[in-house]
Design a protein around this ligand. Structure first.
Ligand SMILES: [Zn+2]
Length: 188
């Protein structure tokens, strides 16, 4: 699943989505910490009247879908420190969907890094910012997760390379007597 395939269900401007511009420099990875929630239920919880704090996230990724709640150009409160909130996109990976959600996350984060022209050095954990043990499922194999994203970047770039339309010019070539020698194809 690439960033272009996510479902955008943006929050109205409120406590969680203030509309403040993000000085985007990193991507922060989280696990939801909820063993049962889906991407859809996490998104609905953001608008639950009982959920009155400012905590939010940009994108939640489940086994079947990914939803953007706050535009990635704006600040969301997910990192536990103002440094993390003001400079990073917060991505939540659903605990409930296991490796299916992680696979979607690897693809989506890779596509986002390519879009930004970044590499895996731009990835942070929630723990990097605040010390909270998050993403709790992925932290024990964080380096492997980053390596999987690096491999996925290489794969997606190769796919892009083969699907780029080539600008080919065809020129018909003649001999001195004016007989056609055939078509010469030049890749510009
Ligand atoms: Zn977290």
């Amino acid at each position: 699943m690439k960033y272009s395939q996510i479902i955008k269900k943006h929050l109205p401007i409120n406590k969680k989505r203030t509309g403040k511009k993000l000085d985007c420099q990193y991507i922060t990875i989280h696990n939801t910490g909820n063993p049962k929630s889906t991407a859809d239920s996490e998104r609905r919880y953001l608008e639950n009247p009982e959920n009155t704090n400012a905590t939010g996230w940009h994108i939640v990724i489940g086994g079947k879908e990914a939803i953007e709640a706050i535009p990635i150009s704006e600040v969301a409160y997910h990192a536990g420190t103002s440094a993390g909130n003001n400079t990073s996109i917060g991505i939540e990976i659903c605990d409930s969907a296991g490796l299916a959600a992680e696979k979607n996350a690897i693809e989506l984060v890779a596509s986002l890094l390519i879009q930004k022209g970044w590499g895996i050095e731009k990835l942070k954990t929630h723990k990097d910012w605040s010390g909270k043990y998050c993403p709790h499922i992925i932290l024990p194999r964080w380096n492997q997760f980053k390596n999987d994203i690096a491999a996925e970047i290489t794969k997606q770039k190769a796919e892009q390379g083969t699907t780029v339309e080539k600008n080919i010019k065809e020129i018909e070539v003649f001999d001195k007597a004016g007989r056609s020698l055939g078509i010469l194809k030049i890749e510009l």
